[in-house]
Design a protein around this ligand. Structure first.
Ligand SMILES: C[S@@+](CC[C@H](N)C(=O)[O-])C[C@H]1O[C@@H](n2cnc3c(N)ncnc32)[C@H](O)[C@@H]1O
Length: 242
């Protein structure tokens, strides 16, 4: 059973008004399949919003807003029976560094029923060669983002999120963990997207050195990840905001 199936099992639809607080193709498409009064998606990115508005199944009662959670007028006077925060907190640093605590507060304040928070536990230090390769790929991906002047994702530990929810007076009714499996195919996809980003680097010499490193990572992945390796986990929190 995956994370979304778990939500359906615990809280079967129909639902009232639903908020996808950090929307994207996977969460929006899933919500479009669920019976509810209306769906509202929030994203910081205009191109993403445009693509989601055009998905099959979007009705007149649904809307995708471009806005920032740091804007106090975002969704002013609106509350939702179901709120989904699907990998939202980990992406927060890209738009609002160190705003995660307030983001939790704002998102909780929009919920009159159930809040479902999904996150990735930050990668722990590796303990085997497969994990070492995965860790190095993730470090390279983030390093290239920094070199390009962007802020990479910053995942938050489950314990941190729980602590801040409880400090805000929220009640965590249930929680689940899903251990993640990675293989050489995952490395190939990450490294390919990383190489695309390297084309944007102005320092061509540096880009060349990093491309060699990408090649090395692919080789290491072939040696250490021929079988999928378990590394870190996704967590799902069911928060009772009634
Ligand atoms: C990693 S994506 C979420 C994945 C998404 N649920 C999916 O199905 O693909 C993070 C989303 O949260 C949004 N986001 C992150 N920080 C934000 C902020 N401070 N204000 C508004 N939206 C934010 C991003 O624009 C994006 O739409």
């Amino acid at each position: 059973m995956d994370l979304f199936e778990q939500i359906l099992r615990r809280h079967p639809p129909p639902w009232g008004d639903v908020l996808d607080a950090g929307t994207g193709a996977s969460s929006w498409d899933w919500l479009l399949k669920q019976t509810c009064r209306s769906r509202t998606g929030v994203t910081a990115e205009e191109p993403r919003a445009q693509a989601l508005r055009a998905r099959p199944g979007v009705g007149p009662q649904d809307q995708v807003l471009v806005g920032l959670w740091q804007d106090p007028t975002l969704l002013e006077n609106r509350r939702f029976e179901v709120v989904l925060g699907d990998y939202l907190l980990g992406a927060c640093d890209r738009y609002a560094p160190h705003f995660q605590e307030e983001m939790i507060e704002r998102v909780v304040s929009k919920c009159s029923g159930w809040l479902f928070l999904i996150g990735l536990e930050p990668l722990p230090f590796p303990t085997n060669p497969g994990q070492t390769c995965l860790f190095e790929v993730a470090q390279m991906r983030d390093a290239v983002q920094l070199l390009l002047g962007n802020r990479p994702h910053r995942e938050l530990p489950q314990a941190w999120v729980e602590r801040h929810l409880v400090a805000r007076g929220a009640r965590i009714a249930w929680k689940e963990r899903y251990h993640n499996l990675y293989d050489a195919g995952w490395v190939a996809r990450e490294v390919a997207s990383l190489e695309q980003n390297l084309q944007l680097l102005e320092d061509r010499g540096l880009a060349q050195v990093l491309r060699r490193r990408c090649h090395g990572l692919r080789q290491t992945a072939a040696e250490t990840l021929s079988k999928p390796v378990s590394y870190s986990y996704d967590y799902l929190l069911g928060v009772d905001c009634r």
